[in-house]
Design a protein around this ligand. Structure first.
Ligand SMILES: C[S@@+](CC[C@H](N)C(=O)[O-])C[C@H]1O[C@@H](n2cnc3c(N)ncnc32)[C@H](O)[C@@H]1O
Length: 244
């Protein structure tokens, strides 16, 4: 299997086990905080890359729907066809949401299209993050903004416990390394912020990802990494030049 086939097979299993829907509970707090920073307006076109079962895609769709600036549209893309099947089934009431199966390596969309991109807990799975950023840059409109939210990164040591437990390889970088990576791809206004998860932690922890409840509490306190970046406006002339 090539890396994308491996990811599809693994996340199809997650989808069949109902983990696509379950992730809403774990990611909703940090995703809502991220969405607030996206400053979405009715009429905007948004991509949710690695959308899973599509719960965040639907949150976005409510914010960009009908409004004075037109009819906004949200596209959810995921490598897992089973996640996409479930996302579509749960989104039948939305007329401004569309889902497509596709890889971050080759985003199945036209260039300069999206005003904003959200990607929640997905970017560290991409086998070729350079290729994915190249694709994100391509599909974003000039002045379009990128919001990548990830829980697994070097500066949150508790997240590194997962690396050996996951069935697929992941990329592990630090906050500073991600900032450099985005700048190397010509993104502007690159910002990295940590987003704590403020949901209450039960006194007892019985899951497999942390040693105990105290560790989970620390993990949530350090928080997820949110990377924000802007595609430059190629239409604006260099100082002293005029576009005819
Ligand atoms: C941990 S889940 C998060 C899903 C969703 N964003 C959420 O928060 O509920 C990671 C998702 O990324 C998708 N994914 C992983 N690698 C991908 C790739 N190379 N291209 C597109 N999607 C990918 C998986 O299929 C999976 O649905």
């Amino acid at each position: 299997m090539n890396p994308d086939e491996r990811l599809r097979s693994e996340f199809n299993k997650w989808a069949e086990q109902g983990r696509g829907e379950e992730m809403e509970r774990h990611h909703r707090d940090i995703t809502e905080k991220t969405i607030r920073r996206m400053e979405l307006r009715p009429g905007e076109r948004v991509l949710d890359l690695g959308c899973g079962a599509g719960w965040a895609t639907r949150l976005l769709a409510r914010l960009v729907g009908e409004g004075p600036e037109g009819h906004g549209q949200v596209v959810g893309i995921d490598i897992s066809d089973e996640m996409i099947r479930r996302a579509r089934a749960a989104s039948r009431d939305f007329d401004n949401v569309m889902f497509a199966v596709g890889s971050a390596d080759k985003i199945p969309w036209e260039e300069n299209f999206f005003d904003k991109v959200l990607s929640v807990e997905s970017f560290y799975y991409y086998p070729d993050q350079d290729r994915a950023l190249h694709e994100l840059f391509r599909v974003l409109a000039p002045r379009g903004r990128l919001f990548i939210l990830i829980n697994l990164y070097k500066d949150n040591p508790y997240s590194l416990r997962w690396v050996d437990s996951l069935e697929v390889p992941v990329q592990v970088r630090s906050k500073d390394e991600y900032v450099e990576l985005l700048k190397a791809h010509a993104f502007e206004d690159v910002v990295a912020v940590q987003i704590p998860d403020d949901t209450p932690t039960p006194d007892e922890y019985s899951g497999k990802w942390f040693k105990n409840a105290q560790e989970l509490r620390e993990f949530k306190r350090i928080g997820a990494l949110l990377l924000i970046a802007t595609k430059p406006n190629f239409r604006s002339p260099a100082p002293g030049y005029q576009i005819y």
